[in-house]
Ligand binder design. Structure first.
Ligand SMILES: Cc1cc2nc3c(=O)[nH]c(=O)nc-3n(C[C@H](O)[C@H](O)[C@H](O)COP(=O)(O)O)c2cc1C
Length: 418
C-alpha cells in the first residue's frame, strides 16, 4: 500500500493543479490550415555538439544528419541517399493496429499533450495522444477531442494516467467522455488499469498500456491489452523502482511478450528508433523529443533550454519516497534531492517545492527554475526544434539509411586489405 506521502507525490508530478481555463501555454488554438502552415516551418537553433553553421537552415537538415550518421556507422564505405522523398514505408504490427504510416507514438504528457501537438504528430504520420488529465474535467476533454478532430482526420489517442491519489480524478468520467466522442485508441499508464482496460475493450477500442517492468507487461497482457509500451529507465517521468534500462527490458520483451510492444524512454533520434526495431519493438514512444517541437505548447525558453542541455541534466526525485520521477535538474529539484539525502524525508518536507502550480509556471513563463518539470535523458540528443512533420520525415529517411549501412557490414567473408 502506498503511503499518503507517495499518493500525493504521484499526483503532483503528473496532475497537480488543473488549469482553470485554457490548458495551453502558447497559442495552440490553431485551425487546420495554420497547423499545416506551421508544419512547413522549421526552427533550428544552435546545436550543443555541432557547429551552428551545419544546421543553420532547414534545407540543410537532412544533409547534416546524413553526414553525421555516415561518419559514425562502423562501415565508412557507406553511401546514403539524402533525399527526404526516397523513404520506403515501414509496416509493423503497430502501423497496422493503429492505422498510421510511421510507427512513432507521442506519449501522454501532462500539460504538453494538447490538441495542437497531438494533431501535428498524427498529421505527420505518427500517433498523437491527448493527455486526459491535463483537461480540468471530462467535459473539457470532450472539447479538446473535438478541437483535435478539427485539426486532423487521422487517428489519435487519449492517455489516461491512473495515479495513486487521495482524491482521485474522475477517471471513469474521462474515459466515458473520450469513448462517447469516438476515440478508438487509448494509452493507459499507472496502477490498477484493469477496470479501465476492460471498459475500453468492451467498447471496441485499442489499448496500449505503458509499464516499466516485464511482470507488469505480462499482467496487462492477461488483461487483454492490444499493445504494450515498455518504458525503460531512461524515460522522463516515472521510470518505476527497478532501474532496468531499455536494452534489457526490450530484449526480454522480445522473448516473453505475445502482443506487439513499442519501445519507450531514451529515444529521440533515428538511431534509437532503428535500435528499438532491432530489439523486436513494433515502434517507439517518445515524450521529451516531442516536447521540443514547434507545435509543442510549452514556452520557447524551455524548448531552447532542452536544446542547450546534456544527458547529465536530469535527476531523480522522490527516490526515498519510492515514487521515483526523472525531472529536469534545476535549483528546485536539487533542493528536493538535498532534503531527501538528509534522511527520513516526508512528503510534507518537499510539498511546496514540488507543487504543481510552480511546475506549470515553467511552461507558462519560460522560467526553467520556477518548479519541477519532467524531462528524460534524451535531452542530450535533442539539438533543434523541428516541426513534427520535419521530425518524422527525418526519422523515416535516416532509418532507411542506417539499415542500409548495417546491411553493408555483412561482408560475406570479405577480407580486409592491409
Ligand atoms: C513533460 C512530460 C510529461 C509527462 N506526463 C506523463 C503523463 O501525464 N502520463 C504518462 O503516462 N506519461 C507521462 N510522461 C511520460 C511520457 O509519456 C513517455 O513515457 C516518456 O516521456 C518516454 O521517455 P522519453 O521522454 O525519453 O521519450 C511525461 C513525459 C514528459 C516529458
Amino acid at each position: 500500500m502506498p503511503t499518503a506521502g507517495q499518493l500525493r507525490t504521484a499526483a503532483l508530478i503528473y496532475r497537480s493543479a488543473f488549469p482553470s481555463t485554457n490548458n495551453s501555454f502558447c497559442s495552440n488554438r490553431l485551425d487546420r490550415s495554420s497547423l499545416l502552415k506551421s508544419s512547413a516551418r522549421v526552427s533550428v537553433i544552435a546545436s550543443k555538439t555541432l557547429s551552428t553553421s551545419s544546421i543553420s537552415s532547414s534545407s540543410r537538415l537532412s544533409g547534416f544528419h546524413s553526414s553525421s550518421i555516415r561518419d559514425n556507422v562502423p562501415n565508412s564505405r557507406l553511401s546514403f541517399s539524402t533525399s527526404a522523398n526516397t523513404k520506403m514505408p515501414v509496416t509493423t504490427a503497430v502501423t497496422k493496429l493503429l492505422g498510421i504510416r510511421v510507427p512513432i507514438v507521442q506519449g501522454g504528457m501532462q500539460w504538453v499533450g494538447v490538441p495542437s501537438l497531438a494533431a501535428a504528430v498524427s498529421e505527420a504520420g505518427g500517433l498523437g495522444i491527448l493527455t486526459a488529465l491535463t483537461q480540468p474535467s471530462p467535459d473539457a476533454l470532450r472539447t479538446a477531442i473535438r478541437e483535435t478532430k478539427k485539426l486532423t482526420s487521422k487517428p489519435f489517442g487519449v492517455n489516461i494516467t491512473l495515479l495513486p491519489s487521495i482524491n482521485p480524478p474522475d477517471y471513469e468520467g474521462y474515459a466515458r467522455a473520450a469513448v462517447e466522442e469516438g476515440v478508438k485508441i487509448f494509452e493507459t499508464a499507472g496502477n490498477n488499469p484493469g477496470p479501465l482496460i476492460k471498459y475500453f475493450k468492451n467498447n471496441g477500442c485499442v489499448v496500449i498500456h505503458k509499464c516499466t517492468t516485464i511482470r507488469h507487461a505480462k499482467s496487462a497482457e492477461r488483461l487483454g491489452v492490444d499493445c504494450l509500451s515498455i518504458d525503460g529507465f531512461e524515460c522522463a517521468g516515472h521510470p518505476g523502482e527497478d532501474d532496468i534500462g531499455g536494452l534489457v527490458l526490450l530484449a526480454r520483451a522480445a522473448k516473453e511478450l505475445k502482443v506487439p510492444y513499442i519501445a519507450s524512454g531514451g529515444i529521440a533520434d533515428s538511431r534509437g528508433y532503428v535500435a528499438a526495431l532491432a530489439l523486436g519493438a513494433a515502434g517507439v514512444n517518445m515524450g521529451t523529443r516531442f516536447m521540443c517541437t514547434v507545435e509543442s505548447p510549452i514556452h520557447q525558453n524551455i524548448k531552447e533550454k532542452i536544446v542547450a542541455s546534456t544527458e547529465r541534466d536530469t535527476v531523480h526525485i522522490f527516490r526515498t519516497l519510492h515514487n521515483t520521477a526523472r525531472v529536469y535538474k534545476n535549483k528546485v529539484s536539487m533542493e528536493v534531492v538535498a532534503i531527501e539525502k538528509r534522511g527520513n524525508a516526508k512528503f510534507e518536507d518537499v510539498k511546496d517545492l514540488v507543487s504543481g502550480a510552480r511546475g506549470r509556471l515553467v511552461y507558462e513563463k519560460g522560467d526553467p527554475d520556477a518548479g519541477i518539470w519532467s524531462a528524460g535523458i534524451t535531452i542530450g540528443l535533442i539539438n533543434d526544434i523541428p516541426t513534427c512533420e520535419e521530425l518524422l520525415r527525418r526519422f523515416e529517411t535516416e532509418a532507411e539509411e542506417i539499415v542500409g549501412g548495417l546491411n553493408k557490414i555483412f561482408t560475406n567473408g570479405e577480407k580486409a586489405k592491409l
